[in-house]
Design a protein around this ligand. Structure first.
Ligand code: PMT
Length: 222
């Protein structure tokens, strides 16, 4: 790592998978373990940044010595990120955020009834897209977890959500994506491919990504 590279910078990182309640004991979530987001928070901290980690449900404990805010749902994460956003320098959205949540969250445990059951879902707020619309000087990094048309879908997200960088994560690659300790990613900006990282530890992906962000931040300030 390059110590001091991000000194004086506020870096907001989101991690984990959001939990969308159906009733007090049941919920919808996803496979995010939190490892990628935690590696990013650790790397930013090692580079001297003031790190704010906002984390939904994870399988591992967050790194020590970093300010952590735990949230449950996409809406909770939206509110926590928005509070940190105005004076942040870099925002990295590694969390796997639910696109839909149950239209109603029952206050008491639902009882078993007929042979089938229909769950009505409504769209959540897209946090990254909201950040893209509101950003002034913040450097915005999104992730795109895809199973097919990886480059096309990732670069479409980059444009729609007005990110500075998008990290395309082909989650069908063995040893990459959800849960594993390693990852293999390609990073795009609005001009095209800027980093093509072969399979490596999530810690190393985090260091490379933050070095690139730090470089670009300095350029923007010049
Ligand atoms: O946690 P790990 O087990 O280490 O796994 C890492 C990871 C696979 C979760 C991570 O590398 C990753 O790809 N994270 C993004 C997962 C995701 O939700 O991708 P997406 O393509 O659905 O969303 C695109 C971007 O929009 C993401 O930055 C996401 O945080 C953001 N988003 C999505 C929906 C929403 N309502 N709000 C958002 O901000």
């Amino acid at each position: 790592a390059k110590p001091g590279l991000l000194a004086g910078k506020k870096v907001v990182v989101t991690a984990g998978g959001t939990v969308e309640r159906i009733d007090p004991v049941r919920y919808i979530t996803n496979d995010s373990s939190g490892k990628m987001g935690f590696a990013l928070a650790k790397a930013a901290h090692a580079m001297g940044a003031d790190v704010r980690l906002i984390t939904a449900r994870t399988d591992v404990s967050p790194p020590e010595g970093i300010s952590v805010e735990s949230v449950e749902s996409a809406q909770d994460m939206y509110e926590a990120v928005m509070r940190q956003f105005p004076d942040s320098d870099i925002v990295i959205k590694a969390a796997a955020v639910a696109d839909y949540r149950p239209a109603q969250s029952a206050g008491s445990k639902l009882k078993k009834k007929g042979d089938t059951m229909t769950l009505d879902l409504v769209k959540t707020t897209d946090i990254l897209e909201s950040l893209g619309q509101q950003k002034t000087t913040q450097f915005l990094i999104g992730f795109a977890a895809e199973t097919d048309h990886v480059e096309a879908y990732a670069t479409d997200k980059l444009r729609r959500k007005k990110c500075d960088l998008i990290v395309a994560n082909d989650v069908t690659t063995a040893g990459a994506g959800f849960r594993s300790d390693s990852n293999e990613v390609r990073v795009f900006d609005s001009q095209g491919l800027v980093l093509d990282l072969p399979l490596m530890s999530k810690e190393e992906v985090a260091r490379q990504l933050l070095s690139l962000a730090a470089e670009r931040l300095v350029k923007e300030e010049d």
